[in-house]
Every structure is written in C-alpha cells, then in structure tokens.
Design a protein around this ligand. Structure first.
Ligand SMILES: [Zn+2]
Length: 270
C-alpha cells in the first residue's frame, strides 16, 4: 500500500511530466473508484495548464490555471504509469499532454479516489478538515505531539495512525519509527515523557525522509516508457521481518490488532 513517501515520490514523478503542460486529453474510463469520479472532470481539466503539483498527507494535488485542483488518492493498489505501452483494464484515468506524454492512473482494487475542488477552497476538502500537521512540516514537533497525546489511553501506535494527530502516517512507517525511538507500540500514548516523544518525532522524520530519498533515487526509472510511479523497495528495521534480527540484536515479533500487523522488538522497545 502506498504510504506518504510513495505519494511524495509519485508527485515528484508526475511533476516532471505535467508541470507547465497543457492537458489535451482527460479521460475517466469508469464512473467511480472508491467514490464517484466528478462528472465534470473531463470538461474542467481538458485544455487546462498544470500550474503546480504537491502532496497533503497521502493525497496528491494537481493544480490548473483554471483555479481547479484535482486531488487523487492511491488507495491500496493505485499507481500512475507514464507513457504506457498499452492501456489496460485497470487504467481508470488517462491524461495526455500537448507534448504527447500519457499518464494512466492504474488501480486494480479501486480503493483510490479522484476529486476536483476549487483551489482556493482546497483546505475545506472533507478529508483535510480535521487532519493533523504534516509529519515533515514545521508544525509537527514535541510540544504539538505532547498536546495531542495528552490524556490519551490508546496505544501510541493507534494514536500515530489517527490522522487527526498527525497526517499521512501508515502502518509501515509507524512500526519503523517506534522501533527507531525504542518505544513499545502498545504503550499508552498519554504516558510517554517528552524526552521520548522528542526521539519519536525525530524517528518519524528520519524514516520518512530516508524513504523519500530512496524513492527519489528511483526517479530516473520513471523517464523510461511504461515507468510506474509509487513503489520502490526499502530495507526495513522490523516491518515484515518477524523472527529476524532487530538492529539491536533482539528478535522481531509480530502481533495482530484489529486485522493489522504490528512488528516490534521487545528487547529495545519499552
Ligand atoms: Zn530491538
């Protein structure tokens, strides 16, 4: 599943094709993904110039000179394909530029979404209204995190996955950051002192930044035909490594809560 670094890398790859380009074709190939695709998407985007691309949490934002912003989410299995050799059944949205480049949003499981809002009102887009700060932005710091977790009896893992606390963190990066900070995933969120929260903030920034750098180094692959944006291999400390060694030498364990796997090391995470 694409997480924040994959979306950041995807947006960077799309930027290399779309920034400043005129969209000559905007073609939804079905009426919905997880939610309906706006019926006026084609009409409002065709002929527009792309003026900016950015990311909020796990959403990609594509702005045009008409004051519109297309917002996409990759869901569980979404990815953009650049200049695909052929269009497949899971390519649900096609964009073509005046320069002849083609982008296809491919999403076999269709948990992703495509929306269109007015750019000046983008922060009022429903998923964004109660969302916490960006974990790589200036608003995410120890004071903010301590205030958000104060009195919370839920586990620190559940708290970090709560998008109202901090935006865009998913299961993989939460497992990795908690291991790096030496904090047990089950520890009550409101009972972690500031020095340890400082380690956690630094760990979250580090794991995300390292993944974005790793993704950026794969960007050159996107230039080739049929390049796929959004996924790259990474070396995890604990995620998906049950029974293997944690960097501390302890054994990585796995537990399941609410259908989600948590990977951790009981030797160094307290
Ligand atoms: Zn360990």
């Amino acid at each position: 599943m694409p997480e924040l670094p994959e979306v950041e890398t995807t947006v960077a790859g799309l930027r290399s094709v779309l920034q400043g380009s005129v969209l000559t074709r905007v073609e939804p190939r079905r009426a919905d993904l997880r939610f309906p695709i706006p019926v006026d998407l084609r009409q409002r985007m065709t002929g527009a110039t792309v003026t900016g691309l950015s990311r909020r949490a796990k959403y990609g934002l594509i702005e045009t000179d008409r004051g519109d912003m297309m917002i996409f989410h990759l869901g569980m299995s979404g990815r953009w394909r650049i200049d695909p050799a052929e269009i497949g059944t899971h390519d649900h949205l096609l964009l073509e530029t005046a320069g002849g480049r083609v982008l296809a949003l491919n999403d076999p499981r269709r948990f992703g979404s495509i929306d269109l809002v007015r750019t000046e009102a983008w922060q009022a887009y429903a998923p964004f209204t109660r969302m916490g700060p960006e974990p790589l932005g200036p608003a995410f710091d120890v004071a903010m995190l301590a205030a958000a977790l104060k009195g919370k009896a839920t586990s620190i893992k559940a708290a970090l996955l709560d998008q109202r606390v901090v935006a865009g963190l998913g299961n993989i990066y939460v497992c990795e950051a908690l291991n790096m900070a030496g904090i047990a995933p089950t520890r009550p969120a409101g009972k972690i002192g500031r020095p340890r929260l400082a380690l956690l903030v630094a760990a979250i920034r580090d794991v995300l930044s390292a993944a974005i750098v790793a993704g950026g180094s794969t960007l050159r692959d996107y230039a080739r035909p049929d390049g796929e944006l959004g996924y790259f291999s990474k070396q995890w400390r604990v995620y998906g490594r049950e029974g293997e060694s944690c960097p501390c030498g302890g054994a990585v364990q796995r537990r399941i809560d609410g259908g989600r796997s948590t990977f951790f090391c009981a030797q160094c995470q307290k």
